[in-house]
Design a protein around this ligand. Structure first.
Ligand SMILES: [Zn+2]
Length: 216
C-alpha cells in the first residue's frame, strides 16, 4: 500500500451497502477470501459478523474503501482488477434480487417494457441508480449525457479514503454499471471510469456508450 493516507473526515453510509459488498466479495472470492480481505483491511470484527441489512448510516465510506483496497493489496493491482469488476457485477445482481424495491429500481418491468429504445431504458435505469446513490447511499451523484455517451458523475466516493492511485480505481462501480447495462440490454456494454476523485479529479465519472455492440 502506498503511504498517502487520507485526512478528510469520514462519511456515513448504510450498513446494508457494506454488507452487500461483503456478500459480493464472498461470492467471488469464497469464504476464506473474504476473511483474508477483512483481516487485511483491519476490519476482522466483521468476520462472520457482517453489518446488518439496514439503511441506517451504521458504517462509513472509509471502511468501504479500506475493503476495496484490501482486495487489491491481497491480489496485487493486476490480479485485483478483474476480481473487483466481478465483485461489482455480483453487487448489481444482489441489489436487483434483494433490494430493487427498496432502491426504487423497476427491474424486470423496465427490462421488458415494449416500444421504447434500449437507450431510453438505459437512461431510466441509470437515473434510478443515481437516485438510489443520492437518496439511500449518501453519495451525491447525477447523470449527464452527450450525443454518444451517458456520463454518471459521482461527487463523493469511497476512493477518497484510499491511498492514491495513478489510474481511476473504482473498479467495483465499473462492474456494477457494466452488469446493470448487460442485464438490461443483453449486450456487453463497455463502461469506463474516465476521471477519478482518488487521483485528483473533481468527481468520479463513468462513461457508458449509447451505441450497443452488435448482437453476436
Ligand atoms: Zn473513483
Amino acid at each position: 500500500m502506498s503511504a498517502t493516507q487520507p485526512t478528510i473526515p469520514d462519511r456515513g453510509m448504510p450498513s446494508g451497502a457494506l454488507r452487500l459488498l461483503f456478500l459480493s466479495i464472498e461470492e467471488v472470492m469464497g469464504s476464506d477470501g473474504i476473511k483474508a480481505v477483512l483481516n487485511g483491511a483491519k476490519l476482522s470484527h466483521y468476520i462472520n459478523n457482517y453489518p446488518e441489512n439496514s439503511l441506517e448510516y451504521g458504517v462509513t465510506f472509509g471502511e468501504y474503501g479500506r475493503v476495496e483496497q484490501a482486495v487489491e493489496d491481497f491480489l496485487g493491482p493486476r490480479g485485483a482488477r478483474a476480481i473487483l469488476i466481478r465483485v461489482g457485477r455480483e453487487l448489481f445482481r444482489y441489489s436487483l434480487r434483494e433490494q430493487s424495491a427498496l432502491l426504487g429500481i423497476a427491474g424486470n418491468a423496465l427490462k421488458n417494457m415494449p416500444l421504447i429504445s434500449p437507450q431510453a431504458k438505459m437512461k431510466i435505469l441509470l437515473q434510478q441508480i443515481v437516485g438510489a446513490a443520492n437518496k439511500t447511499v449518501n453519495q451525491p451523484a447525477h447523470l449527464e449525457e452527450d450525443h454518444d455517451n451517458f456520463i454518471v458523475v459521482i461527487d463523493q466516493c469511497m476512493c477518497q479514503w484510499r491511498p492514491k492511485h495513478e489510474k481511476p480505481c473504482c473498479l467495483v462501480t465499473v462492474g456494477t454499471f457494466s452488469e446493470a447495462m448487460k442485464w438490461l440490454t443483453d449486450r456487453p456494454v463497455e463502461v469506463k471510469e474516465i476521471t477519478c476523485l482518488n487521483n485528483g479529479a473533481d468527481a468520479c465519472r463513468y462513461q457508458i456508450p449509447k451505441k450497443l455492440p452488435e448482437e453476436a
